[in-house]
Design a protein around this ligand. Sequence first.
Ligand SMILES: [Fe+2]
Ligand SMILES: [Fe+2]
Length: 311
Amino acid sequence: MPAASETVRICHFSDLHLPLQERVPLMRLVGKRGLGYANLRILRGKTHKLAAFEALLKRAASEKADLTIVTGDVANLAVEFEYAFIDRLLRAGGLDPARTLVLPGNHDRYTLGSDLVSAFETGMRDWLPPGFDRRAGYPIVRAVGPVLVLGLDTAVWRNAVRSSGRVDPAQVKRLRAALGGEDARGRWPVIALHHPPFRREGRLLRDYRAGLEGAKLLTGALAGVRATVLHGHLHELSRRAMGGLDIIGVTSASNDRGKAKMQLAYHLYTFDGTGLRSAVAVRHWPDRPAADRFERTDLPDEVPVDTRGVF
Ligand SMILES: [Fe+2]
Ligand SMILES: [Fe+2]
């Protein structure tokens, strides 16, 4: 059991959505991937910037956190060359796979084919536990000093108009078991996943399209549990309390949107065995003078969720 006074620092970023580095063969642009490709070329490509991400990554790695958590949408179209590129990029940026937890998002199961062949787990295998088995491997459990990190998989293939996720009962059962296990004793739980585990009131259609199926099952299983929950997917800063859960969402790590709530950022958290001690957002403004390009602010206690966010 860790000493009560021990602290640990966790860095969190998400939703890389980097511009494609290679052309995708026409044959592979049938259906949803074709729409996504067009979206990248026309819309996303305008604000999601590789150089901005690289600068953010370098800065994040320089924090020398005990663990860095990447909460999904690592790729855009779940094509092999995207993962090969990202693998190189993360290493070159200074991240060490042994001190990094990378989870999948809906874009990592973008097509049925990529889901069936587990393109994410294959492409990011060096960042996953050795011999990782997707069917029983999530949540990925890591005891890091006084925290127990549990990384869930909420990513499933969906049709072209949906970016929603799902958490299946077997995974929730394993999560419960891990929370009751020996490694959890004296440690603060940090649950990481791509989709935020809440429904947004009055937004049924949006929840159907982009929410998390099984959110109720997950939060029901966590009733009475005190934990920090880290997610991505909304591409905006959000924070809300639900029961004993402190749920924090980070922006997309490449999105130079020009608005503070959506600007590319990483979060840096300090924990001890009793919970979160400090939470800081480090935003990157690539167009500002060099001395002002990184802005460090404490996370507010609550940040309302703007349901018009980009998925
Ligand atoms: Fe995303
Ligand atoms: Fe997403």
